[in-house]
Design a protein around this ligand. Structure first.
Ligand code: GDP
Length: 347
């Protein structure tokens, strides 16, 4: 059986539709249960193990259903972040969550997000958020969507259906066939909509399950753990007094080790440097980070480098091994690519 890495998940959607709240709720729900294992706050990303998702499901899913080790949520939501986090093959995120406010429906940035997801051919699910704002809502005992629904009156269920159909119609006008996740039979033709309330954590379990299922079904070749050159996407560059230059990155291929020689794009073109130190976890109680000698993909990681370089944010960091000329060429091509996002109104 082929080993798979964690799919990288990004959250997109119109402003105020609840992207940040959904991410918070995913973190909160996953932490809520007794033991706190299985969820790790990485640099720039949050990792949730499949074991943790199985536990939250309360026996609804089993480990036999999944080969992925978990999900890695990028902490920065939005379509601009999504479009800026790139790999040679396309977007850094393997999978996306498109958040739509159930009352507002499709808004300009929802359309931009759909266009960008199409452009990068990224599979996605839709989350219809803020279902607690609909009339006749009864505060739930249970946060699983299907259990929550059993506690609601018929008037609420009808209202939810009306709002969902309105969104499904709007999506259809944008050439997307979508339906509520539990009514879909053919997942290759339909986009799943998971109704949610970030405020009450309703539907978070179903979001995690639907993404895991989608990843399992559609991503197997692209998330295979191949023993390839280590590659990371550099999100943020800092200068730290004790460490010198650090690059907050998402490692999406291979493994990083201290002492490893790597290439990055700088204002003077591709340059070689060495990994001085690696850090992954951020503790919630302090700003302390955990030092590691080896980091496996996929993970958020802070990389301290030996040289003072003018590193370009967004660059790929590539392990310097094998055919160095082709690594340099890859980085040169990357810096030349003029990302044409104007058509989506992103500049
Ligand atoms: P973002 O701009 O898409 O990241 O949206 P935020 O997560 O910042 O949410 C925007 C506003 O909507 C905030 O005031 C949230 O408290 C509120 N909000 C988000 N999710 C929900 C929800 O499920 N129910 C309700 N009632 N309010 C929500």
């Amino acid at each position: 059986m082929e080993a798979l890495r964690q799919p990288i998940v990004c959250v997109l959607g119109h402003v105020d539709h609840g992207k940040t709240s959904i991410l918070d709720s995913i973190r909160g729900t996953s932490l809520m249960k007794k033991e706190s294992g299985g969820i790790t706050q990485r640099i720039g990303a949050t990792e949730i193990s499949i074991q943790r998702i199985i536990e939250i499901s309360g026996g609804k899913i089993s480990s036999k259903m999944f080969k992925i080790p978990g999900l890695l949520f990028v902490d920065t939501p939005g379509h601009v972040a999504f479009a800026n986090m790139r790999t040679r093959g396309g977007a850094l995120a393997d999978i996306a969550i498109l958040v739509i406010d159930i009352n507002d429906g499709i808004m300009p940035q929802t359309v931009e997000s759909i266009n960008i997801l199409r452009k990068f051919k990224t599979p996605f699910i839709i989350v219809a958020n803020k279902i607690d704002t609909l009339a006749y809502f009864i505060k739930p005992e249970n946060t699983s969507f299907s259990e929550f629904l059993k506690e609601q009156r018929q008037e609420y269920i009808d209202e939810l259906d009306n709002k969902l159909y309105a969104i499904i119609n709007q999506l259809y006008q944008h050439n997307l066939t979508a339906d509520r996740f539990d009514r879909i039979t053919d997942f290759t033709k339909n986009v799943s909509i998971v109704p949610s309330s970030a405020k009450y954590s309703i539907g978070i379990l179903e979001i995690l399950m639907t993404i895991s299922g989608l990843a399992q079904r559609f991503l197997t070749p692209s998330i295979a753990l191949i023993n390839n050159l280590a590659k990371a996407n550099v999100l943020e560059i800092r200068r730290e007094e004790s460490l010198g230059m650090t690059l907050d990155s998402i490692l999406y291929q291979g493994k990083l080790k201290t002492g490893m020689a790597v290439y990055v794009n700088t204002s003077e073109g591709p340059k070689e440097t060495k990994i001085k130190a690696l850090f992954t976890n951020v503790s919630s109680k302090s700003t302390k980070v955990t030092e590691r000698s080896v980091v496996n993909s996929a993970s958020g990681v802070r990389i301290a480098i030996s040289d003072k370089l003018d590193v370009i944010p967004g660059t790929t960091l590539i392990e310097a091994k094998g055919d160095i000329d082709s690594i340099i060429k890859e980085l040169q091509e990357e810096s030349q690519v003029k990302i044409d996002l104007d058509e989506h109104g992103i500049t």
